[in-house]
Design a protein around this ligand. Sequence first.
Ligand SMILES: [Zn+2]
Length: 257
Amino acid sequence: MAQPTYPAHALVVRKTKLGETDLIVTLLADDGRLLRAVAKGARKPTSTFSSRIELFSVVDALLVEGRNLDILKEARLVDANLGIRESMERAAAASPILELAGIIAQPELVHPKLFSCTVAGLKAACDADPAQTLSLSAACLLKVFSFAGFRPSFNECVKCGSKIDLSGGRSSVVSFSVLDGGCVCDDCSRLSEVVHLPAETIQWANYLLMSTFADIAQHPCERRVAFDVMQLCQSWSREHVGTRLKSLDFLFTCGLF
Ligand SMILES: [Zn+2]
C-alpha cells in the first residue's frame, strides 16, 4: 500500500549529510512544527533538487510519511531569500535566526507565529544593507524568545515590578539577571545574582523587541550595540533554551563586521 503524502509550506532551516548522496532536510512548517525528511539523491552532482532546498529558502514541499523519517518527494521554490545567500555578511548575521527556529520548533508543537516571525525577519535581512542585518537578526531572536515564552523584562524589575530607569547616558548601568528573566531594581539586586549592563544596551534591546522589522531597518542600532544585544541573546539562549547558538559564536569571531 502506498504511504500517505502531505504538503507543507516551509522554511529550510538545516541540512545534514546522510550516506553518500542523500540529505536530511529540517524544515520549519508554516504552522510552526518542525519536519525532518530525507531528500534522496540531493547531493548527486546531477540533482536538480539541491538548488531548491538551500538554507533560508521557503518551499512548497510534498512529503511521504515514512516509518522512521519522512521522504521529501518534491520541493517547489517559493522564495530563495537570495539576498541573504549571496552576501557573506547577511548570511552570517541571519544564521542565528535559522538556528534558533530549528531549536525552538518541535515536531508536535503548532506555533504559527514562530514561522511568520522567522520568515519576516529573514525577508527584512534580505532587503537590508548588510550592516543593518545585525539589528534585524537580534530583533528576530528577541521576538522568537518571547513567542516561545521566554520574554525578557527590560523596563520593569522582574522581582517587584517597579519601573527601571533606562534614561541614563552611556555611562549608566542597569542590573540584569539572566536567570530571573530580566532587569532588576537596585533594592532587589542585593538579593539576586546580577550582571551590570550599560543602560544603552537594554534600551536598544527593548526597542528591537518592541519595534517592527520595517522600523528597525530604518533605524538600526550601531554595530557595537547590536553585538552587545546579541551577547545578551547568547546568555539568554544558554539559560532559557538550554543551548548556546553556534552561529552566534561564529558571528562574534568571524571578523566580517
Ligand atoms: Zn525590584
